[in-house]
Every structure is written in C-alpha cells, then in structure tokens.
Design a protein around this ligand. Structure first.
Ligand code: ARG
Length: 462
C-alpha cells in the first residue's frame, strides 16, 4: 500500500485526500448546474435571517442586502464561467460560502446559521427541477402541437392500421400521429403531478430535525416562489431521492412515448415501407456506403429512452436502501437525475423539427391496402344487412380470395365515431396543448416574479 497523502484543508476541517476525492465524487462538476439555485436559496435564507424577531436576529436588513448584492455578482461571474467549485469546497454549497466569506468576512460566515447542507441541497434541487420541469412541459406541449398539426394536415391520408405489425384495418396518418400527440398529453399530466410535488420548500429543515431558532420557513418558501413549505422537517430531508425518482418516472413515460414514435418511424421510413421520408438534415450517412441515409437520430431516441429508465432505476435503488434522515447515498441520486432530465429535454427538442419536416408518401401508403385489409369492414357491411356478426365473420373468412378492393378513402370516411379516423377532434387536442402552454407561462411568470423581488434585479439575469 502506498503511504497516504496528507489531508486536505477544507471549509469544514482537514479531510484525507483520497476520502475527499471519493466522497465529493462528481459533485465538483455536477454542482455547476446548481449554482443559480444555491445562490437563490441563500438569498432567501439571508433575507429570512434579517427578519427574525429583533432580539435574536442573525442579520440586519442592510447586511442581508449586502449578501444578496454579492450573490448577484457571483451569479453574473458564474454565468461568465468565472466561478469555480474546487475539490476543497466539496460542493457548490461550501463554494458559495467560501466566496461570500472571502468578499464579506464575518457576514459570509453567518449565512449558514440555521440551515444545513442537507436542506440546502434539497432546496437547490427543487428550485432547479422547478425550472426544468416547466421546460419539459413546454417542450412536451410543443412536440404534441407539431404531432397534432401533422395529424390534422394528413387526417384523410390512408395508412394501413396494424396489429402484431401485420396489416389489420384501414386507418389514417392522422390517427397514427394523433395517437402519439395524445400519449404526450397523458405524460404531461404525470409531469405536472411531479411538478406539484416538487413545488414545496424544504429549507429550514436543516439537518432534518429543525433548529432551536425562531426561523420562518413559510417566509422562505414564499420568497422562493414555492407553493408551500414541506410540513415535517424530517420528511423534507427524506423526500430527497424519492422526489427525483418520481420526476424520472414521469420522464420515463415521456421517453416511452418518444421511443415508440421513433420505432414507428424507423420502420415506416425503411425503403420497403417508404411511408415517410425523414427531412434531409435528420438522416445521416455512412463512412463506407455512399448511398446510406440512416435514421441515427431515431435509433438514439430509443436508446436514450432506455437510459432514462436506467436513471430512474438507479435513483429508486439508492432510495430503497437508505434509512430515515440524510444519508450520503442521496448525493449519488444527483447524477442520474440531472442526466435523465437533460436527455429527455434534448430528445423532445430534436423530435419537434424532425416531425415538422417529415414527408408523407401517399402512393407508398396506398400500396399497403390489399383487399384483405377490408375484411372486417366487409363483415360489418354484412352485419348492416342483418347478418349476425359471427356468421358474417365466418362468411368473409371462407371467401377471403373473393374480397374486392375497396376505396381506402371511402372506408375511412365511414369511421366517424369519436376518436376514429374520421372522428378525430384536433381542436380539442389543440385546446389541451394550449392549456399546458399557458400553465407554463403563468407558473414561470409567478416563479420569476418572486425571484426578481428576492434579488432586487430581474430574474433570469440578462
Ligand atoms: N453534496 C452533498 C449532497 O449532495 C451535500 C450535502 C452534504 N451533507 C452532508 N451531511 N455531508 O448530498
């Protein structure tokens, strides 16, 4: 065994160098995503400390103002890439405290009064997730709108409906695309539920057991634009990880929808089908085969879906083995959480222009309509003439070779009931999409107004 390296001085004492590297893990890089949230949480905490009952007040209003001004300066430096989180900091929380102390001396040393890194990281993740989930909802709505428009534009274009991937019944491009749009709306409901669970403030829980100081957790929650503070302080700490797994669960559902869409498109853009053609920018070539136009984007959508599921599984398993209270295991939920969010959003964003530019090849779609595709329609015609269905079924089955080619367009026009190819309500779907978009606008405006008021400058910073 090599002799152990000397310990490293940190804000919270000397730590063995290898232990420090092992325990900090990827936080030094990952926590860059949390700098803004950490400054916001610190600004709210400092404001609250300055509004405590006069007797035991930790900061004066003027001191809180100074701290907030320094946090704004830090945020601007971070935006310019000039704020560093070092290994000696371990994470963003101690990096911000180090910076404030370097700039403000005693004041910087006071900001951590009445909080712990445990509630601090919990509030950071929730502030970060709040902004991200609004982004997810916006992007889900945008892609659903593209799909719904595509469905409306091609509502009457015949496309063979399939079960077991085998030709089944007459259907339409509108039905196919509209199904994916509606799936995304269901997924949006899950994302919104996750958003609402997330919209609760853990700050002031400290290490998980509260503090013997008259802190005002409701005020902090309001200052940060949360719907409410989390009631029980131990639950505020325990909900870390569990919350991320709920969010990743909703994202997994979004990705399942996108993966199915991608898989359909890989199949239907194969030359043997040729139903659709990918926009030129979205197919990639081969290094050896000059003729190739590969659907790499769609293939990666499928694998990214697998990876987001894996992110959720990782977080679920970390939570499963953790007892009550803060445990360092929870730190390891951060990486899959950030990764799952980033992958889902990138996937939503790449698919919207792909779908918007997808070409529809009418002739290829019509080629799929062999007489067999009309077998069920024929049986139902016999039913309309008075024959019991099972008799009609057997009659058609016995005479499959005699089936006449029917007009796909005419067959579609007869399916007028709710949700069928000629009964799709694109306006209703558009209204549901618009409702999500306007919820995002309202929530974001309220959130940013609270943060602007807290910092005394417009949020997000220019
Ligand atoms: N980086 C840590 C995390 O993500 C911050 C909290 C550390 N708390 C502690 N008690 N060691 O969990």
């Amino acid at each position: 065994m090599k002799p152990r390296a000397a310990g490293q001085q940190t804000t919270v004492g000397v730590i063995d160098a290898e232990v420090l590297a092992f325990t900090a893990g990827h936080d030094v890089e990952l926590d860059r995503a949390l700098i803004a949230a950490d400054c916001l949480g610190t600004a709210a905490h400092a404001t609250m400390l300055s509004r405590m009952p006069k007797a035991g007040r930790v900061l004066t209003p003027a001191e809180a103002k100074k701290i907030i001004a320094e946090l704004v300066a830090l945020l601007l430096r971070a935006q310019a890439g000039a704020f560093e989180i070092t290994l000696a900091d371990q994470d963003v929380h101690l990096a911000v405290e180090r910076h404030l102390t370097a700039k403000l001396g005693e004041l910087g040393k006071k900001v951590h009064t009445g909080r712990s890194r445990n509630d601090q990281v919990a509030v950071d993740l929730r502030l970060f997730a709040k902004e991200e989930l609004l982004g997810v909802l916006e992007e889900v709505a945008a892609l659903a709108a593209v799909l719904n428009d595509f469905a409306r534009r091609h509502a009457a274009v015949p496309m063979v409906g399939r079960t077991h991937q085998q030709p089944a019944m007459p259907s339409s491009v509108g039905l196919w695309a509209g199904a994916h749009a509606e799936a995304l709306l269901d997924d949006a409901a899950l994302v919104l539920a996750a958003y609402q669970l997330n919209d609760q403030c853990p700050l002031g829980a400290a290490a998980g057991y509260g503090v013997p100081l008259p802190i005002d957790r409701r005020l902090v929650s309001d200052l940060l634009g949360f719907a409410r503070p989390i009631g029980n302080v131990l639950h505020a700490i325990n909900s870390r990880g569990k919350l991320e797994s709920v969010i990743l669960g909703a994202l997994t559902q979004v990705m399942l929808t996108l993966s199915r869409l991608a898989q359909d498109l890989v199949l239907f853009t194969m030359p043997e089908f040729g139903y659709f053609t990918l926009p030129a920018a979205f197919s990639t070539g081969s290094s050896i085969m000059p003729q190739k136009k590969n659907p790499d984007v769609l293939e990666l959508v499928r694998s990214r879906a697998a990876r987001v599921t894996a992110c959720q599984t990782a977080v679920l398993d970390i939570v499963r083995s953790a007892p009550s209270g803060y445990n360092r295991d929870l730190q390891d939920a951060k990486e899959p959480f950030l990764e799952g969010l980033a992958m889902t959003r990138a996937t939503l964003r790449i698919l919207a222009p792909l779908m918007a530019g997808l070409e529809v090849n009418h002739d290829a779609l019509l080629k799929g309509f062999t007489p067999n595709v009309f077998a069920t329609d024929r049986a139902l015609e016999l039913v309309a003439g008075g024959m019991p269905f099972r008799d009609a079924y057997h009659h058609v089955k016995a005479h499959l070779d005699d089936l006449q080619q029917m007009s796909p367009a005419a067959a579609l026009a007869k399916k007028t009931h709710l949700g069928a190819p000629a009964g799709l309500d694109f306006a209703a779907t558009a209204a549901r999409i618009a409702a999500i978009a306007s919820l995002v606008t309202d929530e974001r405006a309220e959130f940013h107004a609270a943060l602007s008021k807290l910092l005394g400058v417009r949020w997000p910073l220019a």
